[in-house]
Write a protein that binds this ligand. Structure first.
Ligand code: ADP
Ligand code: 5GP
Length: 229
């Protein structure tokens, strides 16, 4: 019995609290999208703080940093020239123009995290989600976050108090067209109470991690239990 566990441990490269530590698990790519202001960054921050197996994909952008935003943590704030060079050098997994600025997902950190069996969280718009789907196939888990109402979305955008009134108006104007992509996502969360939303996304993540096809070491484990011999 002891030797069986040694064998299983030898193949274990990653573990999360929701999966038996003996079972090696394939990483997943969790995409969160929403109209600006619905709360996806707030949900993402809490998930990352609570979950040691989740890594944030930090995008590069040409937009100005908001007060309190840290380069390399919230975004890599880059010049137009640097962004265009990164595109030319094929450094992005995907990139898109959103509200007149360029945003892109650097490829290398995602590959490193996935190879290490870690899950990666993406805060990207619907265009980014589609591109990531092409890259991720079965590794993708997609969640769309809706606001409880249009009035509440506007209130949140103003309360965030990090963008000028013009920018907020522009984001409100785009909200309906962004929300029209809600049905391209596997899961939809209505972000009314933040605690509820976080626990819902946590539940999604826990179930997705337990999918049989993601537990690579399962076959060896059941064989060690004497099944199929
Ligand atoms: P997004 O990343 O989708 O643009 P944010 O996470 O920045 O949105 O949230 C926009 C604003 O709404 C922030 O000030 C945030 O604190 C607030 N917020 C987020 N979720 C909720 C919620 N469930 N209830 C009330 N306010 C919220
Ligand atoms: P914000 O300027 O509010 O941080 O982001 C504006 C929008 O750009 C949000 O919908 C956000 O999800 C999206 N976004 C951020 N980074 C990326 C990225 O790398 N790629 C794509 N396609 N969208 C992004």
């Amino acid at each position: 019995c002891e030797s069986k566990f040694r064998t299983l441990n030898e193949v274990a490269v990653s573990a999360s609290p929701s999966v038996s530590p003996e079972i090696r698990r394939r990483g997943l790519m969790l995409v969160l999208s929403s109209p600006s202001g619905a709360g996806k960054s707030t949900i993402a921050r809490t998930l990352l703080a609570n979950d040691g197996n989740l890594t944030m994909s930090v995008s590069a952008t040409t937009r100005e940093a908001r007060p309190g935003e840290v380069d390399g943590e919230h975004y890599y704030f880059v010049t137009r020239e640097t962004f265009d060079q990164m595109v030319a050098d094929d450094e992005f997994l995907e990139h898109a123009t959103v509200f007149g600025n360029s945003y892109g997902t650097p490829k290398a950190p995602v590959e490193t995290a996935m190879e290490a069996g870690r899950d990666v969280l993406f805060d990207v718009d619907w265009q980014g989600a589609q591109e990531i789907q092409q890259y991720a196939h079965d590794d993708l888990v997609s969640v769309f976050v809706l606001p409880p109402s249009i009035e509440e979305l506007e209130r949140r955008l103003f309360n965030r108090a990090q963008d000028s009134e013009d920018v907020v108006r522009g984001r409100m104007d785009k909200a309906t067209s962004e929300m029209s992509h809600w049905d391209a996502y596997e899961y939809v969360i209505i972000n009314d109470e933040i605690e509820k939303s976080v626990s819902n996304v946590t539940a999604i993540l826990a179930s997705e991690r337990l999918k049989r096809r993601r537990q690579n070491g399962l076959l060896g484990f059941v064989r060690a239990l004497g099944v199929g011999q």
